[in-house]
Structures are given as structure tokens and as C-alpha cells.
Design a protein around this ligand. Structure first.
Ligand SMILES: [Zn+2]
Length: 252
């Protein structure tokens, strides 16, 4: 009999499909009950690959790679995959300290934690597959954002001799950030999902409000001095904003 922990521990494989690469959680099970390899997607959107006892895990991975297109299509059409989860599987990166850091998603019963591996330069999120995924992912990403966004904001503030009066990281529904009249800056945790230049663009936009408390011509000129590509970044942010700002909202 397998232990529960073993049953709930998964591996990940990167599969290629017509719509691009996708990081897919899978469980490899050797069993006497099957004569040849077969796979299905379980209720937590994990691919379960059953194989005869003689098969190696490497041959199982090759089998999944050969059926990558089918697996990705199955996963994409599964309504049971929460949007934030599928977004992270397709875009496994976070922007931390001005750089893009690879993100690894793991599943383990009874665990909800993040580990930032300095040596390997990656972030590992481990969530409990027996519980609803999105609240766990949101809480982990929020604590990572609280760890990194204020530091990055202060780094940029110092570079441009600006002084915010208080920084908070919150779960805003429609804004990337805001700056109060007293100079308190509030940032959306989803900023860690933007690319580093777009994240910096938002941070610089809020810092620019410390000098210009409006969106006047003077504000935009000042912002351009801080972020020379500010117009291009603002356009790209507009294009991505609705998709990213919705992540983790209706799903909670
Ligand atoms: Zn503004």
C-alpha cells in the first residue's frame, strides 16, 4: 500500500505542443495491472501515467513527450484548471530584484510553502494538491511580493533621489499601484508576474507621483527621465493588464 504522501507527490515535465511549451505535473505509477503505458488526467489536473513494472520513468517521460500535443490540449480545455495555475504553468517565471527568476511548481500533501533558492536561482512553490490551489498560490505569491517589491522600489527610489513615505503590498482589484498625497505607495502583488522592465515601469510611475501628483505633461516628462521607454512600457502594460490583473481574483 502506498503512503498518502507518496500518492500526492508529483513530478513536472515540460511538453511541447502546437501552442508552445507547457509545464505539466505528472505522476508515474508502475503497476501489474497494465500491459502497456497509458495516461489520463485526474481531477486535480495531474497527468497520471500508468506503466508495466518493467518500464523506466525515462521511457514514461518519452511517452508523454510523444503525446505532448494531446496532453496539452486536454489540460487547456479542462475547466478544472484555475486560471492562475495554468498561467504559472505556461509562464514559469517571477520578476524579483530586477531579474526574471525561473519558477517551479511542486505538489505535496500538507505543504504550502515557497523556497527561494539563491544557488540555483529559482523559486519553488510547493502546494497541497488536496486543497484548492489558487488561494495557496495567491498567498505564496503575495508573501514573495512582500519580500521583494518594497526592496526593489527603494532601490529605484534611491537611484533617483526620491523618498516614499511608506510602502504596502496589497491585493488591488484593478490597479497595479497607487501613490497617496502623503507619499505612501501601495503595490499590487501581481507585479511579480510582470516582466522586469514592466514591473520597474510601474514602480517608477508611482515614484514619479512623489514629484507630480497628477498625470500632467510634467508628470510624463519626469517619468520619461526615470524610464526612457515609458511610452512603450505603458502600451505593453495596457495590452497585458486585463489578463494579469484578473489572475487569482474570481477564482478565490
Ligand atoms: Zn498614476
Amino acid at each position: 500500500m502506498k503512503s498518502k504522501a507518496k500518492q500526492n507527490t508529483f513530478d513536472l515535465v515540460c511538453l511541447q505542443s502546437a501552442s508552445g511549451a507547457m509545464l505539466v505535473p505528472y505522476r508515474f505509477e508502475r503497476t501489474r495491472q497494465v500491459k502497456r503505458m497509458n495516461l489520463h488526467v485526474d481531477s486535480s489536473s495531474v497527468v497520471v501515467l500508468k506503466a508495466p513494472l518493467r518500464q523506466s520513468q525515462a521511457s514514461g517521460v518519452r511517452f508523454m513527450e510523444e503525446h505532448g500535443d494531446w496532453i496539452c490540449r486536454m489540460l487547456e480545455t479542462r475547466k478544472s484548471i484555475p486560471k492562475l495555475h495554468s498561467y504559472l504553468m505556461k509562464h514559469p517565471h517571477l520578476s524579483l530584484a530586477g531579474r526574471s527568476v525561473p519558477l517551479v511548481l511542486r505538489f505535496k500533501a500538507g505543504v504550502c510553502q515557497h523556497v527561494i533558492e539563491d544557488t540555483a536561482g529559482r523559486v519553488i512553490l510547493t502546494v497541497d494538491p488536496g486543497k484548492v490551489l489558487v488561494p495557496q498560490l495567491v498567498s505564496l505569491l503575495k508573501s514573495i511580493a512582500r519580500e521583494f517589491l518594497p526592496t526593489r522600489l527603494m532601490e529605484l527610489a534611491r537611484k533617483h533621489q526620491l523618498k516614499p513615505h511608506g510602502i504596502t503590498v496589497r491585493n488591488q482589484k484593478s490597479r497595479w499601484g497607487s501613490c497617496s498625497e502623503t507619499g505612501a505607495i501601495s503595490l499590487n502583488w501581481r507585479l511579480v508576474l510582470l516582466s522586469p522592465p514592466l514591473q520597474d515601469h510601474v514602480l517608477l510611475h508611482e515614484l514619479a507621483h512623489l514629484k507630480h501628483f497628477d498625470h500632467s505633461k510634467g508628470f510624463h516628462q519626469f517619468l520619461k527621465a526615470l524610464d526612457p521607454s515609458s511610452e512603450k512600457h505603458a502600451r505593453r502594460l495596457d495590452a497585458d493588464a486585463s489578463l494579469l490583473i484578473d489572475l487569482g481574483q474570481a477564482e478565490l
